[in-house]
Design a protein around this ligand. Sequence first.
Ligand code: HEC
Length: 269
Amino acid sequence: MTMTKLNVVLAVLLLIVVCLTGSLDTDLSQPNYEFLPNMKRSAASSAFATNAVFSNGRTLQAPVAGTIARGDLPLYYAPTKEDAIRAGDELINPYTPASGAASAPQANNNAAEQASPPVVASDASQAALDDAAKSVDSARPDPATLLQDSVQRGSQVYNIYCISCHGATGTGDGPVAKRGFPPPPPLPTGKSVQMNDGQLFHILTYGQGSMSSMAAQLSRERRWDVINFVRSLQQNATPPVATEPGTAATPTEPTAPETQPSDAQESKP
Ligand code: HEC
């Protein structure tokens, strides 16, 4: 077939298609025929669709009052100094071995469970229990290793999120502070040395003075990690007298902004 003949055939075909399309009685107000409608419309309600089953007519229901999302234990603290101190008394660093016993990261809130009294048992079954306990203990990761790993992760977190203000060694000489931001107090030697871990957790969660909350950037696990890293900075710090007597960073008390901790707290802590 020559090129011209092919073109003629194609032109005729095109004409037929155009005529057929024009002759179709299309009602634009009606949806087209749906082939396999279940592909588009599933039996399950979609989240924001109306729903006759519930009295409020919605599919998406608010959680029942008091519901706690899995892995998301609520914190009952306000962004105030008093609550920071209370957090220091109440919150347990999951990496702190509780009275010598290995406490895994999850032991955060259930340290008490570990101290359940032994059940009375016959000698034989007691021996079996002891054996079982021993094998559980040996399977449990060594707390020192857990802490070491946490410090390691914390140093990465620190280098990403804190170094800009607090500086590489925590003395408060980060680039941001050098360009006019109120210099943070020194972490290795300042007040934070005396604070409990829980108070540091509160500071990271709710902010303090001109430092804003880090809760949106750091999960709780990462906050504990960076706290453990700050502790390691403090342990490695030589006594304040011997170090940096006159560095650019002002290793003074955090005097100026005694404002209440920042209220930029929309994000879930
Ligand atoms: C935008 C700069 C900035 C960043 C980023 C920042 N901080 Fe701060 N931080 C400050 C300032 C400023 C203060 C002093 C706040 C006040 O009390 O007025 C402070 C205070 C603190 C304190 C309390 C110290 C004390 O002696 O009262 C701790 C602990 C702390 N920061 C840890 C961290 C950690 C850990 C990170 C990273 C996850 C971090 N900060 C990120 C600026 C910052």
